[in-house]
Design a protein around this ligand. Structure first.
Ligand SMILES: [Fe+2]
Ligand SMILES: [Fe+2]
Length: 473
């Protein structure tokens, strides 16, 4: 059993921060900068309080508590999953050796880089979502938005803790930089492309939490395997919180599709555009966009950096211990996306180590299929023939083998001119975005919901949908 964090401390934590005064002071001096960032870049909608989950512990039973919290009183804590004293490195050239409690000098730069890249995504999504509260379709949804935002804030804390605790002055400088880069900024943008895109409406938010947060889940999954034990334990606990973000995305799209089906049936038409629901082709375009930019987040189809990370034990595979191979992969090969000599969409064989980004992307794609299947079941049950689908891996890519070509969602190669002419068939156009935005009128009344989305099946923490999840200021 672990003891719950002491919430009378300035920074609630389960890492015995009080035993390391220097570290505690360093983090306490970063804290006001974080709060300043939250004030200026975080959620803009003023509230009295929000019904939130706050992490208090990491144990199996009761790791969080729920209650109405005034936002200025929200407490971001530092939590690592419990230490497994017998844990061994699970892969790479150090396989079978005890895991590391400190950063080995030879891997310092790489580990710091991995932590900074992960850390950069956490505040980025809060920035992207900061104006959504003003157009929330219900208090339930508004509460979920705040929940996702405070937890992304806590994930930033998680990464900053590692930077401060293990990477000295450089780590502290990187921690400052995490607050200085901003999503969409021209001078100092966030590191990864998808985190500089706008999240201007709630359909985008649900697609983002489904597709882009899910990328985060897979990245955290690989870092959870790390031989650097504090990173592993941090990511393990973050994954627990991430599950809720996935739920928000999955059920959010469920509810949009559900409502569209209802309006289609009610009016016996496919064309629900004028009827206050979101047409299925528009939902498909949003899906195409968020899925394709999220595929880019996995990096190049081949990567020697990632091969080196794996061999060094810094970053493993998704569910490494369930893989039935030698966990070193020095003599294995795999197929990855590539262009043929003629420039056609193809695959090529590479060493398994170099293809690890593809391995992770493959796991992710299989997971995304699950969402599409579930949304199509809603269509089927509603008696609608239309189906949603994931676009081809070559569609709308800016990173990897297909970055240099254009293709339809069916994977048919297009000339640049044709792409220019036809991309509006597959990606949200200004007309689509304007229509979706026109639906985004706030419903901040208890128990009420906007007309473009169905209510959720369940409320939060056993509360009903019409619970007073948020008290507006
Ligand atoms: Fe996160
Ligand atoms: Fe998340």
């Amino acid at each position: 059993m672990t003891t719950p964090a002491d919430y009378t401390e300035k920074i609630p934590n389960n890492v015995s921060l009080h035993e390391d005064r220097r570290l505690q002071r360093a983090l306490e001096s970063w804290q006001p900068n974080f709060l300043q960032w939250w004030q200026t870049m975080g959620p803009t909608l003023p509230t009295q309080d929000v019904y939130l989950r706050t992490a208090i512990n990491v144990g199996r039973d009761g790791w969080a508590q729920f209650g109405h919290v005034a936002m200025p009183d929200y407490r971001w804590g530092i939590f690592l999953a419990e230490r497994d004293p017998g844990r061994k490195v699970g892969f790479g050239e150090h396989k079978g050796e005890p895991v590391w409690d400190k950063v080995p000098g030879e891997y310092r730069a790489e580990l710091q880089r991995l932590i900074v890249i992960q850390g950069d995504t956490e505040p980025a999504s809060v920035e992207q979502q900061r104006n959504l509260g003003a157009t929330a379709p219900s208090l339930y949804d508004l509460r979920n938005l705040f929940q996702v935002n405070v937890e992304e804030g806590r994930h930033l804390w998680a990464m900053v803790y590692l930077l401060h605790a293990y990477f000295g002055r450089e780590g502290r400088e990187e921690a400052e930089e995490l607050l200085h880069r901003n999503s969409g900024s021209l001078d100092s943008p966030r590191i990864l492309g998808a985190f500089n895109e706008e999240t201007p409406d709630w359909l985008s938010f649900f697609m983002f939490t489904y597709f882009t947060d899910r990328d985060g889940k897979y990245q955290l999954g690989t870092l959870k395997e790390s031989a650097f034990d504090p990173l592993s334990r941090t990511c393990e606990f973050m994954l627990k919180e991430e599950a809720h973000h996935m739920m928000v995305g999955t059920t959010g799209v469920d509810r949009v599709v559900q409502r569209t089906v209802e309006v289609m049936r009610e009016h016996e038409t496919d064309d629900v555009g004028g009827l206050g629901a979101i047409p299925l082709p528009v939902i498909q375009k949003y899906l195409n966009f968020h899925y394709s930019v999220s595929l880019d987040l996995f990096g190049g189809d081949t990567s020697t950096n990632v091969a080196n990370y794996y061999t060094a034990g810094l970053k493993g595979r998704w569910l490494e211990d369930r893989r039935k191979d030698d966990h070193q992969l020095t003599s294995d090969s795999t197929m990855v996306d590539a262009l043929s000599d003629e420039g056609e969409i193809a695959q090529t064989e590479v060493s398994a180590l170099v293809g690890l980004n593809t391995d992770l992307r493959r796991e992710y794609i299989a997971d995304c299929q699950g969402g599409v299947k579930r949304w199509n079941r809603i269509l089927e049950e509603g008696g609608v023939r239309h189906r949603l689908k994931l676009p081809h891996a070559a569609f709308n890519r800016k990173v990897g083998a297909f970055a240099g070509i254009e293709a339809t969602p069916d994977g048919e190669k297009l000339s640049a001119g044709e792409w220019q002419r036809r991309q509006g068939e597959w990606l949200p156009t200004d007309v689509d975005k304007t229509y979706v935005r026109s639906l985004m009128r706030p419903v901040h009344e208890r128990g009420k919901i906007a007309a473009w989305i169905a209510p959720p099946r369940n409320g939060i923490n056993g509360q009903p949908f019409d619970y007073d999840y948020v008290h507006l200021a």
